[in-house]
Ligand binder design. Structure first.
Ligand code: PMT
Length: 408
């Protein structure tokens, strides 16, 4: 990968001898550039005024002000895959920069300031498929501010720094950050040397890039699962597996997890190096796991059993990343069926498509003849919950809230 990293402070001059700045030494950003180069990536480092040697294998561009930094980053952005903004960019600069030293007698104790451009926000429009990572320097618990900056600056991840904590932030040899993303649970990196924090961040960014770019195989023959992935803009090939399914009578969640994992592993064995996604969905009602009805008579019996009752749809989702790391989870939704007369059931079976007849009803199509209400995630009822896919595929897919129907 090609990393573009910024480090250090910026200086915003009021005249040739006076400037506004902050205590950043560049240590954290230099450590990120060094870690990227050590991990075998290309690394370009845009550095504010600091007194640190250039890490081996890193190309360095020196800048002074926030405006310089914006231009340097803008010009190198096209050739990078990940931008890591570690620099403490000054938010304000003097409205005027005098060409010669201002005389004390001519100053009235006020300095007019103007806002500096925000580098990340300005370049958001040119982001494309690149990964944008920021740092958030806060005093106190940085979580809420970090999440706000993540959203406002359209970042993929942000390392939140409590710079008031001992051993953290400006000038220290160590740091501790919590990494927030738009798609997964936060990860805390405890206090350690900045070089170790940097290595962890570089690995995380590498994993995100790999998860997004690896060919994805969907180990399923379900057209509905394929449709859900397509609607998210995910590229994939579908390849059903013949993995045998098990049923653990008193453990619906365990059943779908085991089946999804077995399908995923069977498919991964055929596609080493690819990312593989598999799922298994069952209906659970009154302590019974309902298998898929085989024919119209089976469907009639199945619907008769569920009539007027609430059942739970369990989906197990299993994912194997391109690096071989496996993740398995379960999603659960609750669906209440109307009281269905034998005639209503027969009418439904006559008009529903074969998938619906197999019990995998589409709650918006013919399934609306059956469904009175539901809670949970819509796509789970359709066979592939989106919430876990965010973390697996490292993308901030929108997840519909409970009871929301898809737009048509
Ligand atoms: O250099 P050290 O002494 O090792 O100290 C490390 C550090 C404390 C500077 C570093 O760990 C850190 O927290 N850097 C971010 C500092 C900062 O400016 O945070 P912020 O919350 O104000 O900004 C959020 C993000 O927006 C940052 O990624 C920042 O680079 C970026 N930004 C900010 C202002 C601006 N005008 N343009 C930006 O792109």
């Amino acid at each position: 990968m090609r990393f573009l990293v910024t480090a250090g402070p910026t200086r915003e001059f009021a005249d040739p001898v006076r400037f506004l700045s902050n205590p950043s030494t560049g240590k954290m950003g230099f450590a990120v550039a060094r870690a990227a180069a050590r991990a075998g990536h290309d690394a370009v480092l845009v550095a504010g005024p600091v007194s640190l040697p250039t890490p081996p294998g890193v190309e360095r561009v020196d800048v002074v002000s926030a405006c310089d930094m914006l231009e340097a980053v803008r010009s190198r952005l096209p050739e990078c895959d990940a931008l890591v903004m570690c620099a403490a960019v000054a938010d304000w600069r003097p409205a005027r920069r005098a060409a010669s030293k201002l005389k004390k007698g001519g100053m009235d104790g006020t300095l007019a300031l103007v806002r500096n451009p925000d580098v990340l926000k300005t370049l958001a429009a040119d982001k494309g498929d690149r990964i944008f990572a920021g740092f958030a320097a806060e005093t106190g618990d940085p979580g809420a501010e970090a999440m706000r900056k993540l959203r406002e600056k359209n970042l993929d991840l942000i390392a939140a720094n409590d710079v008031s904590a001992p051993g953290c932030g400006f000038a220290s040899e160590t740091n501790s950050v919590t990494v927030y993303t738009a798609f997964d649970a936060p990860v805390r990196i405890p206090l350690m040397r900045k070089s170790a924090v940097a290595a962890r961040l570089v690995r995380m960014i590498g994993r995100i890039a790999a998860a997004r770019s690896a060919p994805l195989v969907l180990a399923s023959k379900s057209p509905r699962r394929a449709k859900i992935l397509e609607s998210l803009g995910v590229e994939f090939t579908a390849e059903p597996t013949g993995a045998p399914e098990i049923s653990l009578p008193h453990d619906p969640a365990g059943t779908v997890r085991a089946n999804a994992a077995a399908k995923m592993r069977a498919c991964r064995a055929k596609h080493p190096g690819a990312a593989v996604l598999a799922a298994d969905t069952i209906v659970w009602c009154g302590g019974t796991i309902y298998g898929k009805p085989r024919d119209a008579a089976g469907a009639a019996a199945f619907l008769g059993e569920l009539s007027g009752r609430t059942h739970t749809v369990f989906t197990g989702v299993a994912y194997c990343g391109p690096d071989g790391a496996e993740r398995v989870c379960t999603a659960e939704s609750h669906v209440r069926f109307k009281k269905l007369s034998p005639r209503a059931i027969a009418r439904y079976i006559a008009v529903a498509n074969p998938l619906d007849r197999a019990g995998a009803y589409d709650i918006d199509e013919h399934g609306s003849m059956l469904v009175e209400g539901w809670t949970g995630e819509y796509e789970n009822i359709m066979g592939l919950p989106v919430a876990p896919l965010r973390g697996f595929l490292c993308r901030p897919f929108p997840v519909r809230k409970s009871g929301e129907r898809p737009e048509r």
